[in-house]
Write a protein that binds this ligand. Structure first.
Ligand SMILES: [Mn+2]
Length: 286
């Protein structure tokens, strides 16, 4: 069941009218809103699962097993992975490594059974579109407007909206540039893995490491994105603080849980159906 009736097209800001109303429109006036992509769920779909922040790595075999079982056996028509699937991804030559190869084999098998979609996180933004295509997965830009059953949902990893962390935003802009990525990818796999370890060590000491920080999405900017998209609800990850709450009247965000079944028992799937969003335990292997 590959791409079929689904498609991702670039889109301008949503037309005014059907959009949820922002109580104070001036709130959004001075905030920049990025171009966003639109993905329309085929009308025969009944459920879409959202997961993020698995931080898969060889040292977390139980997390890998739970993720793999869910991807292969969920009753949902699609699984949307909203970033940080991998603890670290420094280039697609990581597919040579046994653990990463096993992960992509699970993705390919799951991708033959249901639609997979992947949005980059701050850990795995170098996972390339060719590797995703090989698994039958759609690459979702951040942010994406998901149109499903008459509603619009804003999807984002979340790190681009953590505006209070200016050093991180400068770092993010640099590593997402073509020039930086060309220089980085020109190095050997061992050099890149060592550099990634060093960057994570430095970022941990500055306390702007995802999951170990109080930083959160900027509410005004987030609501501005939702307003421009015509989305009353949003799903994001990154902060590892699962909750569903209003950011402003009429604008609700749902934060995904990270997964850690090796040191803890955290794992959760957010499932969208015609009736709305609901949190579930992952599906186990039969
Ligand atoms: Mn993250």
């Amino acid at each position: 069941m590959a791409a079929g009736g689904a498609g991702a097209q670039p889109s301008g800001p949503a037309a005014p009218g059907a959009s949820p109303r922002l109580a104070d429109a001036s709130l959004a006036a001075n905030l920049s809103v990025p171009a966003f992509f639109e993905f329309t769920a085929p009308s025969h779909w009944r459920a879409i699962d959202f997961i993020s922040d698995l931080h898969l790595c060889e040292a977390m075999p139980l997390t890998f097993e739970a993720w793999s079982a869910h991807l292969l056996h969920t009753p949902a028509d699609a699984v949307f992975i909203l970033g940080d699937l991998f603890e670290v991804w420094v280039g697609d030559d990581m597919q040579r490594l046994p653990f990463e190869r096993a992960c992509l084999e699970v993705m390919a098998e799951a991708g033959s059974r249901r639609q997979l979609a992947f949005m980059s996180g701050n850990r795995d933004f170098l996972l390339g579109s060719a590797a995703l295509r090989a698994c039958g997965a759609i690459a979702l830009p951040d942010p994406t407007a998901l149109k499903a059953w008459g509603g619009t949902l804003l999807l984002s990893h979340g790190d681009a909206l953590c505006l209070a962390d200016q050093p991180y935003q400068r770092f993010r802009a640099e590593v997402r540039s073509t020039a930086w990525q060309e220089r980085f990818l020109a190095q050997s796999l061992d050099e890149r893995l060592a550099l990634a370890r060093e960057m994570r060590r430095v970022s941990a000491t500055r306390n702007h490491f995802d999951g170990q920080t109080d930083l959160d999405l900027d509410p005004a900017q987030t609501v501005a994105w939702m307003h421009a998209m015509g989305a009353a609800e949003m799903v994001h990850g990154h902060t590892h603080r699962p909750a569903s709450e209003e950011l402003a009247p009429g604008f609700k965000r749902h934060v995904l849980s990270d997964w850690d079944l090796d040191r803890d028992r955290r794992c959760e799937v957010l499932r969208l159906t015609r009736d709305g969003l609901e949190r579930h335990a992952p599906t186990a292997a039969p």
